[in-house]
Design a protein. Sequence first.
Length: 175
Amino acid sequence: MVVPQLRKPRMVINNVPNDIRVGNLEEVIIAQNPELELVQGDMDAKFMYSTKRGQNKIVMEVGPETRKKLLQKKLKIGWQICNAADYLVAMWCFRCSRFNHRHKECKGEETCPLCAAGHKLKECKTSADQHKCINCITYNRYSKTGRIDENHSSLDKNCPSMQAVLEKYRQNTDY
């Protein structure tokens, strides 16, 4: 019998200076934050990205104890004070607007994320009050327990289906 292992928590470090890279992040954090008592191998930097405002962020995988330490303190990185937060992102398909797969593996039909019709996002002509979420429509179709609101786009951060995916992700993570 195979027992599934919980995922390691992922964290995002905000406001990372430009001279810091994924490869040297761990040694910089250990050297400049001795009060955290971290050792080599506690963190595994995965990737770096920039926001529209030009702010650099690095996502890394850590153990549960390291996560607790990073959430309690501000980090000194270079000449910046940075904060760390949990990195929770639902995997979302750009083609069918559903969760837990990417468009490269998609076997579904093209679905607009705003109105749940069979066209691309850039072809959508619906107004904001006519938005429909394909994920919540599907849930309501198969649910025997109750109905959830489907009058929002599938891009909405408050979508009940997205929140359910994020909650499942939290349950499968070793906090």
